[in-house]
Design a protein around this ligand. Structure first.
Ligand code: WQD
Length: 365
């Protein structure tokens, strides 16, 4: 059946200044959705280009979103808000008629979540529950939730499909994603006029091909690709390869890396389906490529794409890591017509363009 384009529909985006969200907003604007974005600036920085206060709200837009507007030639509406301050959400919902929500906002550092579980349960679970409370109050009944393959825990079989058991995650961050999925399922079970889409990302990497927006982790990157990029640009001495005795072709960890631009396309397809009147109940989709790549595969691809050497040292395993994790994404292709198109080389090339153009991310210092 025809799925209407976004024209005129308004999407409320939480965590809009963040890495995945800012790339998805590029896609939504290009698809003629109206975008209302909020962020609490915990994981992104304010406008560095000195753009005047955007909408008289006294809060500047995140730098990433100022660049999104330049990239697309379109404007979006931004408010500073925090999911843990429920009134800050209400004040936005009173000003706009919202057709659907895409909920990205979350703390996402696995290690930190083990040290500070209450910070993660408070922000990620309480915050999401506040958001759904406000949606309920204003009659907004459609939400896409940014979930993660981490909800599958240690794979019982591969490739991972959406039927694989969830909930055996070992770290509080992963548990917050699992708890949120369960809360959304319960809300949909209690309200048959709600529609929830749970998108389980595998490993989003890369950047917009312009190199103007990208991943800008604070401090030492936890994740592989940004760390490799910082080694390639000379910001870090060498990559520590966490484990080389896994049951994988070269002994190093295998993951399903997916280009953030493919993830963005997946969210445009999801938003189109979300606002469709017939979309009701819970839909769960893996967003991956279906292909696994080892740590050393990524190092090799990055060296080819950047022309830079990436020195590394083989180290012991990192606590909590699994050996292999990769997806099957047949369901989302069958139901939304979306599949990933970009290669590991594309991911590395676009990540290198971002890193070499913005060695310090969005920071001017
Ligand atoms: C990938 C591989 C490491 C860093 C996590 C979260 C997931 C999502 C993505 C939030 C593994 C190895 C890594 C390094 C290394 N996060 N590695 N040296 O752990 O698959 O997933 O991040 O949304 O929810 O669980 O991603 O990039 O940390 O690790 O060898 O310096 O790279 O052992 O095999 P992961 P990652």
């Amino acid at each position: 059946d025809c799925i209407m384009s976004g024209t005129g529909k308004t999407i409320f985006v939480t965590g809009g200044g963040g890495y995945v969200a800012s790339h998805c907003i590029v896609g939504l604007l290009e698809e003629d959705f109206n975008v209302i974005a909020v962020d609490n600036f915990v994981n992104c920085i304010k406008d560095q280009s000195g753009t005047a206060d955007i909408n008289g709200q006294g809060s500047l837009m995140p730098e990433s979103l100022v660049r999104v507007q330049k990239l697309t030639g379109k404007s979006l509406t931004f408010y500073e808000a925090d999911l843990c301050n429920i009134d800050s959400l209400r004040s936005v919902f009173t000003k706009h008629k919202i057709d659907g929500v895409i909920h990205f906002a979350a703390l996402k550092a696995v290690g930190e979540s083990c040290a500070l579980p209450l910070k993660y349960y408070g922000n990620n679970v309480m915050g999401s529950s506040n958001l759904m409370e406000v949606m309920m109050e204003f009659g907004v009944k459609k939400i896409v939730f940014s979930s993660s393959a981490t909800v599958y825990g240690s794979p019982e079989y591969l490739p991972l499909d959406e039927k694989h058991p969830t909930g055996k995650c070992t770290n509080p961050y992963g548990k917050t994603k699992f708890f949120m999925e369960e809360i959304m399922k319960d809300v949909c079970a209690a309200n048959n006029d709600w529609g929830c889409m749970l998108l389980r990302y595998f490993n989003p990497v890369g950047a917009h091909p312009s190199g103007d927006i990208g991943e800008d982790p604070q401090g030492v990157p936890n994740n592989l690709m940004p760390y490799i990029a910082q080694v390639a640009v000379g910001r870090r001495e060498k990559l520590m390869v966490y484990g080389h005795d896994y049951d994988t072709p070269d002994g190093t960890g295998v993951r399903d890396y997916i280009h953030v631009m493919d993830i963005a396309d997946g969210h445009v397809a999801a938003a189109r389906a979300l606002v469709h009147p017939e979309f009701l109940g819970v839909k769960i989709y893996n967003l991956g490529t279906g292909k696994g790549a080892s740590v050393l595969d990524v190092v090799k691809a990055f060296e080819e794409a950047s022309g830079q050497k990436v020195p590394y040292e083989l180290c012991p395993r990192r606590a909590g890591d699994v050996g292999s994790s990769y997806a099957t994404c047949e369901l989302v292709y069958k139901e939304l017509g979306w599949k990933a198109k970009l290669s590991l080389y594309d991911m590395c090339k676009d990540m290198w363009t971002w890193q070499s153009k913005n060695a310090k991310g969005y920071r001017k210092d």
